[in-house]
Structure formats: C-alpha cells, structure tokens
Design a protein around this ligand. Structure first.
Ligand code: ADP
Ligand code: ZN
Ligand code: ZN
Length: 726
C-alpha cells in the first residue's frame, strides 16, 4: 500500500493522507477522494510510506483522474513556494494555479481540432455559381487554397455561410489532432522589423546573451522609446531556437491591437489568456502551451501559471501595474512569481516599463537585476512638455480653468485630439443639500454616494450599492440638492456644450463594459471620429493615441495628502504614463496638470526632472522612513460586523508578536476604508528589516492565529508585501 498526500481545495495549511493500492502515480496527477460526506478532486502532492494517522483510519482514494500529471515539476515547485512565502493553504494555491475546467475533474485530454475543408464537389464547382452569395464565394475561394480552423472560419465568414456551403456539400468539417499541425517553429516568418537603434541594440544583445540561463532585467524606457520592439527582437532569437515565450500584460492592455503586433511580426499563432475567455478556451491554450504547440503566449496576471514545454523567455510588460498583484484569496504578485519562475526554469526575465515600481528600481540599482535603458523616443517623436497650471482663485467650469479651456480650443482648432484625465467616473462625487449641508451617504460604507445622472442613480463606488436620486434632503426635506465636484459624465456634458462642433468620447469602466467595447472605442479614436477624449485610469494604460497633442490632468491634489505611503509613487506613475500618451507620432505634445499646489516639490521634481529622478529621490525618502523596499511588511486584515471583534482579533495576533524583537507591530488600526458593505475593517501591520525574520516570525504563529476563537466571527486575511492599504 502507498500513502498519497493530497492537496485538497480546503482552507487548511496541510496535505491530506489517503491510501492507494498499486504503484505510486506521478506527482501532480489528479485524484478523486472521499472527504466527509462528499467527494473532492485534489492533486497528488507527496508520496509517503508512513502517515501520522493509523493505517486503518486512512481512506482509499476513489480513482486516479489522469495518466499524466496536470502540473509539471516547475509548477509544483512554484506552488510550494507560493504556499510557503504567502502562508497560503497549498490546496488553495493549487486551485488558483489550475484552470477552472480541470478543478472539478474534467478531462485533460486535448480536444481534436475541427477544421473546414473543400469536398471534391466543391473543388469542381464554378465560383461564378456563387456570385449572388459573395460571402460564401469568398469562403470557398479561401478553402480551395487550404483548410481553415472552425473558430477562425466562423469569425471570418460567419456560421451562416459555412452552413450554407456545407448544405450544398461543397465543404465538410473534419477533425485532427493538434500534433498533426505544422509546428510553429517552421511557420515563423518575420515581417516589418525596423533596424534597432543603438540603445535598443544594446538591450537586445544583453538579453540574447542570457538565453538559456537565469537573468532578470529591468528595461526602463520612456513611453514610445521602443520597449516593445526590444521584446520583439529578443523574442525572435528565442523562438528561432525553438523555445517558447510567455508575456504578461496588464488586464486593460491586452487588446487585439497588442496581440496583432506580435502575431504579425512572427506570422505564428499566439495563445491569448484573459478574463473574458470561457473555461474551455482557457484550458485549450494551457494544454497547447504545455505540449509546446504554441510559441508565444500572452496573458494577464494568472497566465503566469501557464506551463511551457520548452520555456525560453518571460516578459512582464508595464511591470509597475497594480493589476499584477492579486487582491483576494492567494494574494500573490505575478511579477515576483515571474522572478521565481525564471529562476526555476533557468531562463531570462525582462521587466519593462517607463515608470518602474520602487521595489524593482531598487533591485536594479543594487545590481540584483541588470538595468537596461532606453532614454530616447524611437523614430522622431518628441517627449511631451509637462507643466503645472495654478488654479488657485480661478473660476472653474465643469472642473476646468478658463486658461485651460483656451488651450483645448487651440489644439482642437489645429486638428489635433485632446485628452482629459479625471479620476472620478459618474456625474459628481457627491450630492449635497444646499440648505443643511447634508451629504447623501451609503450607510453600509459611510462614504458619499456618487451621482450618476445618466443612470438616474446614486451609486456607492465601494460596495456597488445604489438607489434612486432623491428629490428632497433626507435630513431637512429641502428640495435644493446640488452636486459637488466633477466626474467624467459632467465633464463630457460640459465640453459638449462648450465645443459643440467637436465630438467627445468618455472612457471609463461605465462606458467600456462589454466585449471588445474598449477596443472598438480605441479604433474610432484612432480614426479621428472623436476629438475630445475624457477618461479615468484606463487612459493611462499603454494605448497609443498618435493624434493627441494635449493632455490635461484635472484632479490629482488629493493624492498628495494620502495616508498611503505609496500614493506619491502611484501618482508619479500615473502622470508620467498620461504624459506619454501625447505627441507619440510626429506632432509635439504638451501636458498640463491643474493643481492648487503648483510649487509642490513632488510635482516640480517630476515635471522638471522626470520619473527616473523622482523615483530615486522617493527611494531615499523610503530609506529614511524605514519603509519598503528597505523593510519588509505583512498586513493582517480583519473585518467583522462589530468593530470591537475585528480589533480584538488583531490585538490577539499583535500579542503573539510582542516578544519578536526584530518585528515591529503597528496597530491594530482602522483600514483607510473603515467600513465597507456593513463590515468594520481593521489592520495590523508587521514590519521587519529582514524578509527572512518576518517570514520566520509568521511561520511560528500562523497555526495559533488560525485557531483563534474569534476567527469564527471575523473574516481575516494575511497579505504579504501588501500594496494596497485601503
Ligand atoms: P514602447 O513599447 O516603449 O512604448 P514601441 O516599441 O511601441 O515603444 O515603439 C514606439 C513606436 O516607435 C512604434 O510605433 C514603433 O513601431 C516605433 N519604433 C520602435 N523602435 C523603432 C526603431 N528602431 N525604428 C523605427 N521605429 C521604431
Ligand atoms: Zn438638508
Ligand atoms: Zn457602499
């Protein structure tokens, strides 16, 4: 008898022992096991001869679900690292890493590939017979030249034409195994490759020199400096050696345009992984990558778990982007996991950005990462000029100063596009009573409701709660309710009234919801259908707007007073990324920042000396303040219906750490967002000079913490290397 130690999807930091009659399966194979009254699917994680439980108590597994492991050794190593580093139950780590389609026990056999091909009858048919059905005709022309995969054919010609052709018996649907396809390595065909400039060439050759071994690079290059071109040329060398490349991009950056650029350069299929895929589509990409049938895989955060048969290179684009850190469940950072993965697989990793995270910059400055620079824009485009606009004592119209409106008019008249960034969606951030000053608040979160005029609603941006717009004040019954502040919706309305001859578009999470909606908007913008672009954060995320020559940033002062020590870093990244949207093509651009504090040292440093200078100074400040990346943090978060329970729970944790001399314990204190959805939220921050000290201290106490009685009443989580203190 063998003892199999199984990782089960249960929130316990342990494996579960089962007995098995027969030769031990490979690690990473899925099994079905009894658990209490239910059955569960888990992964064989360890194999043992003995168990802490008496043999008679061990239940036998019900069945093996796979012949071959669903995880390779790299993935097993990474899952173990995640469980240890983030103090997370191994079974839940495995669940996070596993495609949904495999979690419940579904088959891991890859599906046959379905494709359309021409029949003999179709070959002999005169194409003119189809002249009245041009789509069918075009389809038949293409299929006569060669077969076409089902989903691609559907996309290109629509299911109706295919059905009609099949009914005439001109075409037929066949199936084959993916292995029978021509391998991608043979299909590679390079097109439209520019000559790299000197800096690019240097960066490319440094990366190429590391192919086949572990190395991490920070590619720090201003927007438009040709970072993507560096990726492309480094990828080319890796692909030509028959090795696969995995590229991570921020959620919002994964547009068809991005994918097209890679596909077009190499002429091979690109595996794409993002949140809008069905479980089966996701599984298919995972399987093809694991089998080495895809050369290039592009995906968002969780794509870091995709197995590769012949890994060659990892790239994390816009490495500073907040979306790489998962904010619930397993709170991993995909960038940090990428470093671990590159190390495990012995391949190079490139982290690219115009605005490196301070952690990453510090790693580059201390020599842990090799530092590659692209200081100039590729081609002839010039960097946008950055300036502050003093709005003290200025009358504002829908949030804009008169001088700013004049600038906008000037750029529009020249036939350029202008872009306005405002950090608030909706019409206005609050609705206030003019008589008594009462502000309509969400009672579950104790925060003002946002007014959404177009939806005829007040909406809470913290819990999603909503209600109709009241006619009278809750407090004094006056009907004089007025909106406070400006959101995207109001700005759009205001500008439409002010510049009736120009068309504007609003880009925020309200208007871009829905499949491909953002992409359609981006295309319309690039076709100059709109002249005024208004939006939130989404605007800053790497999209190219070649015709934008003016960027106006409307409301950043709030971030200057934030209690979050990362706020300045994030603000500087945002401003720099937004400035990077202007003047990308041949037109010179300018960026204006409206502020009540034009002399603020952060703003002055940033606009005069650039992000690189700001960031190095910010690192000094962090060092003096004893903050990351010079110290290491872990955050216990607790929330409960009673603030006292949450506080008491964290106090009990704090008491466990009082004797740890080298771990500082701050709190418990209320979270920045004290109440959300009716729950009171508290935090306890642990901090140490050494990562290992902090890790060991938590290891010592985690089991006690897990067994605290109050844990029944309090929802809690542990966030290692926390990014978000809200
Ligand atoms: P980044 O990723 O740094 O924003 P890109 O790689 O997208 O920059 O390059 C910006 C623009 O410059 C693109 O249109 C790209 O095609 C062009 N470009 C990049 N490198 C070169 C080069 N060496 N020669 C000519 N054009 C280039
Ligand atoms: Zn009132
Ligand atoms: Zn709320």
């Amino acid at each position: 008898m063998t003892i199999l130690r199984i990782a089960l999807p249960i929130p316990k930091r342990q494996l579960f022992d089962y007995s098995y009659q027969g030769p031990a399966p490979e690690l990473g194979v899925r099994v079905q096991v009894p658990f209490g009254p239910r059955t569960m699917v888990g992964l064989v994680w360890e194999i043992a001869d003995t168990s802490q439980w008496p043999e008679a108590k061990l239940k036998p597994i019900i069945q093996l679900l796979d012949d071959k492991p669903v995880f390779n050794t790299t993935q097993i190593t990474l899952c173990n690292w995640l469980a240890t580093y983030y103090k997370h139950p191994i079974g839940d780590v495995v669940q996070t890493a596993l495609p949904v389609a495999l979690r419940k026990g579904g088959s891991n056999e890859s599906k046959l590939l379905q494709y359309w091909t021409v029949t003999d009858l179709g070959q002999q048919t005169d194409l003119n017979d189809l002249s009245r059905a041009p789509k069918q005709q075009a389809c038949l022309v293409q299929l006569k030249a060669g077969e076409l995969e089902k989903s691609q054919a559907n996309q290109q010609f629509g299911p109706a034409s295919l059905k009609a052709l099949a009914a005439k018996e001109y075409i037929t649907l066949k199936e084959k195994k993916r292995e029978q396809l021509e391998p991608w390595a043979k299909q590679i065909c390079i097109s439209d490759k520019p000559q790299a400039n000197t800096q690019q060439a240097l960066a490319i050759s440094c990366i190429e020199a590391s192919i086949g071994k572990f190395a991490s690079f920070l590619l720090e290059g201003i927007t438009g400096s040709g970072k993507t071109e560096v990726y492309l040329q480094a990828i080319e060398s890796v692909l030509l050696q028959g090795q696969q490349v995995l590229i991570l991009v921020p959620e919002i950056g994964l547009t068809p345009q991005t994918v097209f650029r890679f596909k077009h350069r190499f002429g091979i299929e690109v595996g794409v992984l993002h949140s809008a895929l069905t479980d089966n589509e996701r599984l298919a990409v995972w399987q093809q990558s694991a089998a080495g049938q895809l050369g290039l895989i592009i995906g968002t955060r969780s794509a870091i778990f995709t197995p590769m048969l012949t890994p060659g290179l990892l790239i994390v684009d816009e490495e500073h982007d907040a979306s790489y850190k998962q904010q619930d469940g397993l709170r991993y950072h995909a960038r940090d996991l990428a470093v671990m993965r590159a190390h495990t697989e012995n391949i190079p990793l490139v982290l690219g950005t115009a605005t490196p995270a301070l952690e990453t910059l510090n790693n580059a400055l201390t020599g842990k990462y090799q530092h590659l620079h692209l200081p100039l824009r590729a081609g002839n485009a010039v960097v946008a000029k950055q300036q502050v606009f003093d709005i003290r004592q200025q009358p504002l119209e829908f949030g804009l100063a008169k001088g700013m409106l004049e600038r906008i008019a000037l750029h529009l008249k020249q036939g350029s596009q202008v872009m306005l960034f405002i950090n608030r969606r909706g019409y206005a951030p609050a609705l206030m009573c003019h008589c008594c000053g009462h502000v309509e608040q969400c009672h579950s979160c104790n925060k003002p409701f946002t007014l959404h005029k177009s939806l005829h609603k007040l909406q809470c941006h913290h819990c999603g709660g909503a209600k109709g717009i009241p006619k009278v004040c809750e407090n004094c019954h006056s009907s004089e309710l007025t909106s406070q502040g400006v959101g995207t919706e109001q700005l759009e309305q205001g500008l439409a009234g002010y510049f009736p001859q120009y068309k504007s578009v609003r880009i925020d999470s309200d208007t871009t919801r829905g499949k491909n909606k953002l992409d359609k908007m981006l295309n319309l913008i690039n076709n100059n259908e709109y002249q005024i672009l208004i939006g939130t954060q989404i605007l800053s995320k790497g999209h190219h707007f070649p015709n934008v020559t003016l960027v106006v940033i409307m409301d950043v002062d709030g971030a200057l007073f934030s209690a979050d020590y990362r706020a300045a870093e994030h603000l500087a990244q945002l401003i720099t990324q937004l400035a990077g949207r202007a003047g990308r093509a041949q037109k010179p651009g300018e960026m204006w920042l409206q502020t009540y504090d034009p002399a603020h040292p952060l703003l002055q440093d940033l606009i005069n000396n650039g992000y690189g200078h700001f960031a190095r100074y910010a690192l000094l400040e962090r060092q003096q303040a004893n903050l990351p990346p010079y110290t290491y943090q872990a955050l216990f978060k607790a929330q409960a219906l009673s603030a006292r329970d949450a506080h008491e729970f964290l106090q009990q944790i704090a008491d466990l750490f009082v004797h740890e001399a080298s771990v500082a314990c701050l709190g418990p204190i209320p979270a920045l967002m004290e109440k959300r959805q009716g729950h009171y939220r508290m935090q306890l921050l642990l901090q140490s000079q050494q990562r290992s000290t902090l890790q060991q201290a938590i290891n010592q106490h985690i089991n006690q913490i897990e067994n605290l009685g109050l844990g029944q009443k309090v929802r809690w989580a542990l966030d290692i290397d926390p990014q978000d203190f809200s």
